[in-house]
Design a protein around this ligand. Structure first.
Ligand SMILES: [Zn+2]
Ligand SMILES: [Zn+2]
Length: 293
């Protein structure tokens, strides 16, 4: 818990005056009544803490350590996107090879080349701004309430896709066991577990394993990214995936290489189909001057 300092109090005072200038109570608060208002006020008096992204004093009784403005700043993935991998297509120039003919699916170049083994991938929001920090937070701290908040958004994405993301089982993208031991948890499971509960599906955290660790190097070229995950996953001996439709969960989709490698391992083991779901989706190429494919 952060200690109360005079600078924090000053920030809090500044925050409340800024809010009153705007005069806009946060959306969704209206219906909660005076009791909820009092409980929020008590929380901010007795447990003063700043938003983990913008440091503004948290005034909500929610256990999510990010303020409502930062949460509201996450930008949902645009509707015009590749029908297979969900890559946003609008506004990207040039977009060579993207095709939309009458009766034909809108596909990105990678999906026209049938690059991915997964049937479909979707994400909640674009990997930029505050969302980058929120994802980092989940990588370094096991913040269950934030995982649950994202799981709620992901459940909405699943429902919005109708039968396209239908699944029998929810599986998190695994970390290599050495990495998981160092970190103490798997951040993908922080999302997949509450999501499975919401979707009323079984959660299988140990069905897949990562047999080869990611290289120590922080920044990988696109080729290295694909190379580092190719054949790096396997189903655990004795696990049953026969004929199952698997919903794979991860925090970020960048090149799609990780979801692809997991999907290949699951399909080889007999899974009926694999769909991917991530919190964030990199809209642009992850590295300047290189194309995503
Ligand atoms: Zn904030
Ligand atoms: Zn695509």
């Amino acid at each position: 818990m952060a200690e109360t300092t005079s600078s924090q109090q000053a920030r809090a005072a500044g925050a409340s005056s800024r809010r009153s200038v705007r005069g806009a109570p946060s959306s969704g608060r209206g219906g909660r009544g005076w009791l909820a208002g009092i409980s929020d006020a008590l929380v901010s008096v007795f447990f003063p803490a700043g938003c983990r992204i913008c440091e503004e004093l948290l005034t909500s009784a929610s256990r999510v350590p990010i303020c409502e403005e930062c949460l509201a700043s996450f930008c949902p993935v645009p509707k015009i996107a590749c029908e297979v991998c969900g890559r946003p297509l609008a506004g990207l120039t040039p977009e060579p090879g993207s095709v939309r003919n009458e009766g034909r699916a809108l596909l990105c170049p990678a999906c026209r080349d049938k690059t991915y083994a997964f049937e479909r991938a979707r994400s909640f929001a674009v990997y930029e701004g505050a969302l980058v920090q929120a994802i980092l937070l989940l990588k370094y701290e096991q913040i269950g309430p934030l995982g649950a908040w994202f799981a709620e958004r992901l459940a909405e994405v699943v429902k919005g896709q109708g039968s396209a993301l239908a699944a029998d089982v929810v599986v998190p993208v695994p970390l290599h066991r050495r990495r998981e031991r160092e970190r103490g948890y798997n951040q993908a499971a922080l999302l997949s577990k509450p999501l499975a509960k919401r979707l009323r599906l079984p959660h299988k955290a140990v069905l897949l394993m990562r047999t080869r660790a990611r290289p120590e190097k922080q920044i990988l070229t696109l080729e290295e990214r694909w190379e580092s995950v190719r054949g790096a996953f396997a189903t655990r001996p004795g696990s049953q995936v026969d004929n199952l439709r698997v919903l794979l969960l991860d925090d970020v989709l960048t090149t799609g290489a990780t979801l692809d490698a997991c999907a290949r391992a699951l399909l080889e083991a007999g899974a009926k189909s694999v769909v991917g779901l991530t919190v964030a989706r990199a809209a642009r190429n992850p590295l300047p001057s290189s194309s995503e494919w």
